[in-house]
Design a protein around this ligand. Sequence first.
Ligand code: ZN
Ligand code: ZN
Length: 277
Amino acid sequence: MPIADGHLHPNAAKGLGAEAIAERFRRSGGWFMALVSLPPSSYDLDSPSLEAYSRVIDHHAKECRRVNAVKVVCLSGFHPADVDRLIDRHKLEPLQVLSLAYRVLELVELKIRTGELDGIGEVGRQHYKTSSTRALISQLILERAMEISRDLGVPVHMHLEQEGEATVYLVDLAARRLSARPQLLLFHHAEPRVAREASQRGYPSTLHGVPRLIEYAIRSLEPSFTFESDYVDDVRRPSSVSPWGMAEQLLALRGEEEKLYRINVDNVVKLYGIEPP
Ligand SMILES: [Zn+2]
Ligand SMILES: [Zn+2]
């Protein structure tokens, strides 16, 4: 059974880097990873500028394209937590953050056109309490990403609050207004209620690959999702789930081959338009 990791963050500056992760994942049964960049602060680039984001995108795209051991897609975006970080820590005005985010997405769009990136991630809404201005700014950034997805036909990894039907409905409303394609808009780190609702409306999702969710999802959810480790590659702060740990868990399941194939292969092939293993 080939195993996919639907969302993780390699970081050669702090951890193993994409190539070493891919090699170890392949040895554990992995065939595919969606690699998502981290905010500039995670690469020790803490200046709140377009330059910092541009360096992150270049670094991530290069790290990502070097991977041979498994198939990968490379995504970059503007995380909703960046909105808060730039205002709180860097004292940017809310409208400066919005303008910076739009310019970052313009750059992401350019890199997708040149083939250096394959999609957008993460964008979305804060999963914690924040101000109404910051929440609205995050929504506008998400909507800009939806427009790029619509125009270029590329996937978006959405980081969102987990409020079941409301979360999915509020994404769906914007997607319909913008004529974006639901099949390309992925609810990342979805709780089962969000994943179920998303699936009913034609959206893909990824579920965190922890034992509790793996067991529940295999038993009770339509297999229209993929599992993700959301691994953050940092030797000093080890993630609770690794791609290889997750692969081991999935490969230990017995009698679920058909479901597992849909989850690990069919859904990946469909979302990213790549060849199966
Ligand atoms: Zn996230
Ligand atoms: Zn993530």
